[in-house]
Write a protein that binds this ligand. Structure first.
Ligand SMILES: [Zn+2]
Length: 128
């Protein structure tokens, strides 16, 4: 057993982890769910906040950015794919599902990209 005053900072850190493993557990800053395997880090005013996957998918700045991307890309893709039909006034029933799907795809791509970019594994969290 080492004397407490001669222990290196690394030894002290290891001891505190063993002494209170609960203190190292992260919880979602929005719903307080325990973050076991991974967390999603979002920064607001320079402060990191960790969320669970469900809260990360509902993170309002991410939702806003994905909606903007969906509006821009969805409009371009709709114009490319169905623009001629819409201009001619040939509105078939298929457009009722094709156009919303054309907006949904870029929303999903933008959201998945943002959430995967914010993902932190337990290994990364332990060394943060
Ligand atoms: Zn949550």
């Amino acid at each position: 057993m080492e004397h407490p005053e001669t222990a290196t900072p690394a030894h002290k850190a290891a001891a505190s982890r063993e002494a209170s493993p609960d203190s190292l557990r992260l919880s979602c800053s929005r719903c307080a769910a325990e973050l076991r395997r991974s967390a999603y880090e979002f920064r607001l005013s320079g402060t990191a906040a960790f969320h669970c996957l469900r809260c990360a998918l509902m993170h309002w700045p991410t939702v806003q950015r994905s909606l903007l991307i969906s509006l821009i890309v969805g409009t371009l893709l709709t114009a490319i794919n169905q623009g001629a039909l819409i201009v001619q006034g040939d509105l078939s029933a298929n457009l009722a599902w094709q156009v919303p799907l054309t907006y949904l795809v870029p929303y999903c791509v933008a959201t998945i990209g943002a959430v995967l970019n914010a993902r932190r594994s337990n290994v990364e969290l332990d060394h943060a």
